[in-house]
Design a protein around this ligand. Structure first.
Ligand code: P6P
Length: 333
């Protein structure tokens, strides 16, 4: 296959009418920022990027230096291009206002600049997740503009910083994978129309929370653990990297189901993961790849957001398994 760069792929999509010139520019700018983050990540202890930043974020979490660095890289790369009406980040309480000296555009960019940051200091794969919405007319600069269901996304993607740096992207016409060629400094198309297998023998969940799960999840996981001897009639394998980007990337490539259920201890919190810049972009990608994504009760993409940083329970991946655990939520009421 002749090498097709991300730029050539996006120009082809623009000529086909599936994306606008400004959306193409936005995606290229985000990809360039991810290259800079990849460079910072790969320095490890040789760069001043490890450990705590000594600050906290809106989530009440201690920020790693790389959380802050990655957030700043994305803000600085995107604020001047004229393609955005605003940005929102896991690391910032309120949306970022495009500085007055720069033109504003039609799109809203949301991101988790460095997902899985607890893995930074132990050299395990981490990533950047992003989601793109159109800004409703006259709402530039407002938080309300961001509160759109995931079905309104015009693009979503993630970059996984692992043995390779790979960018996974959808603009609503399938899922494409690009691998960073460090010698050329460009993302090269390496996967087209990625499809998630409908069935699987692999599940991803943090088992240490088992005592806090609700009945439908207890029943479902119990069946997986029973393996051949139980109703599912097959043995399952478990993987948990504690980096959503890495777990979802595995599922995108070989199937599986990723779960972060709600925790009985926190009735006010429907889950750990954030809807707007983790669950929604990943759900868009997974559905575009033929998988499914629910909160146990409905498609994640159909949830009407009420707050920028609201959390959600997540069950996503191979269609058959997501349907099964979702069905138990409907019947085991
Ligand atoms: P736990 C990382 O902090 C994250 O937000 C996701 O990337 C990951 O899937 C999950 O939390 C890991 O959670 O409870 O296993 O640390």
């Amino acid at each position: 296959m002749s090498r097709i760069s991300l730029s050539r792929h996006l120009i082809t999509q623009q000529h086909a009418g599936t994306i606008s010139a400004d959306l193409r520019l936005l995606i290229e700018v985000v990809a360039r920022a991810c290259k800079a983050i990849s460079h910072a990540v790969s320095k490890g202890a040789l760069g001043d990027i490890m450990g705590e930043a000594g600050t906290g974020n809106i989530q009440g979490e201690a920020q790693k230096k790389l959380d802050v660095i990655s957030n700043e890289i994305l803000l600085e790369a995107n604020e001047w291009g004229g393609h955005l009406a605003g940005m929102a980040s896991e690391e910032m309480e309120h949306p970022y206002q495009i500085p007055g000296q720069y033109p504003r555009g039609a799109y809203l960019l949301l991101f988790d600049p460095l997902d899985g940051s607890s893995n930074i200091d132990v050299n395990v794969s981490i990533g950047t997740i992003f989601s793109v919405l159109r800004c409703p007319d006259g709402m530039a600069g407002t938080e309300e503009a961001f509160l759109q269901p995931g079905t309104q996304q015009v693009a979503a993607g993630y970059t996984v910083y692992g043995p390779q740096t790979q960018l996974i992207l959808t603009t609503g016409n399938g899922v494409f994978g690009f691998t960073l060629d460090r010698e050329q400094g460009s993302f090269v198309l390496t996967q087209e129309n990625i499809q998630i297998p409908t069935t699987t023998k692999e599940f991803a969940i943090n088992m240490s929370n088992q005592r806090h799960w609700q009945a439908p999840v207890q029943r479902y996981i119990g069946e997986l653990l029973a393996g051949k001897t139980g109703v599912r009639g097959k043995d399952y394998n478990m993987r948990w990297i504690a980096s959503m980007v890495a777990d979802v990337h595995r599922i995108l490539n070989r199937g599986g189901i990723f779960m972060y259920p709600r925790d009985n201890r926190e009735a006010d919190k429907p889950g750990k993961l954030r809807l707007m810049y983790e669950a929604n972009p990943m759900s868009f990608i997974v559905e575009q790849a033929g998988g499914a994504a629910t909160n146990g009760y409905q498609r994640i993409l159909e949830i009407q957001p009420e707050k920028l940083h609201q959390r959600v329970a997540v069950f996503l991946g191979s269609k058959e398994e997501v349907a099964q655990v979702t069905q138990y939520h409907q019947t085991d009421l």
